[in-house]
Write a protein that binds this ligand. Structure first.
Ligand SMILES: C[S@@+](CC[C@H](N)C(=O)[O-])C[C@H]1O[C@@H](n2cnc3c(N)ncnc32)[C@H](O)[C@@H]1O
Length: 225
């Protein structure tokens, strides 16, 4: 188990409840990601959720596409157990696996992820993107609602200061903010432009950032038809 997985395994019990305090733009962030699934023609019937955790992104997908089948992958069985409880009535498959390994068999209409892939080393991130592009059906979309890095140290510090203020305004306590910052020390976040380049290199087209607030960005690209 990687360090980034074990930290979430320990944190699984408290994770779900505190998300809105730690992701102050929660509704716009997850909402934009889901909206992008329907931007091009084609069904949204089978969706893969990478680093699915307790199932927040899958739940957002299902609220818009209630008939869809979702396949949730996460390395922490404790997180997947919570997802299983949350999605008890859904057409859902739960897979405990590392994102550096083979993905569940496609084709998928969409591959989504939220706040997970930045835990991978950059080369692992790029390898995953290549497997994602192959797992999508032609015309299928990859949407990554991600924690991104500032382009300069000053931007990075500024994002962090503004984020702390937004968390406090959303009701987070200092201990909660400090714990989140502790987890962030393991992040391998990259800036938006770098990630969009990696997505293009993996064979996706029309790659762009469709939402951004401080460290929170929603990136998407499509497999060419
Ligand atoms: C911040 S949580 C995000 C969970 C969920 N996507 C959400 O939006 O709430 C990050 C998740 O990524 C998972 N994760 C981190 N590294 C991983 C890896 N190498 N393989 C599989 N899962 C991983 C963790 O176990 C954790 O559940």
């Amino acid at each position: 188990m990687s360090d980034s997985v074990s930290v979430f395994a320990e944190h699984a019990h408290a994770y779900h409840e505190q998300r809105r305090r730690i992701v102050p733009c929660f509704d716009a962030f997850y909402g934009t990601a889901v909206e992008l699934l329907g931007l091009r023609d084609g069904p949204v019937e089978r969706v893969l959720d990478l680093g699915a955790g307790t199932g927040l992104m899958s739940r957002a997908v299902l609220s818009r596409y209630p008939g869809a089948e979702v396949v949730l992958v996460d390395g922490a069985s404790e997180m997947i157990d919570r997802a299983r409880e949350q999605l008890a009535d859904a057409r859902a498959t739960f897979v405990v696996a590392d994102l550096r390994e083979e993905l569940p068999a496609g084709p998928f209409d969409a591959v989504v992820s939220a706040l997970a892939i930045h835990h991978l080393e950059h080369e692992d991130n790029r390898g995953l993107l290549r497997r994602v592009a192959t797992a999508l059906r032609p015309g299928g979309v990859y949407v990554n609602a991600e924690h991104v890095a500032g382009r300069t140290p000053w931007l990075e510090d500024s994002y962090r200061r503004l984020w702390r203020g937004a968390c406090r305004a959303a009701g987070a306590g200092e201990d909660e903010i400090a714990a989140a910052e502790g987890r962030m020390t393991m992040d391998r976040s990259t800036d938006v432009a770098t990630q969009l380049g990696w997505m293009s290199d993996a064979g996706l087209e029309d790659c762009d950032c469709f939402f951004k607030q401080l460290h929170f960005a929603v990136l998407a690209g499509w497999r060419p038809v």
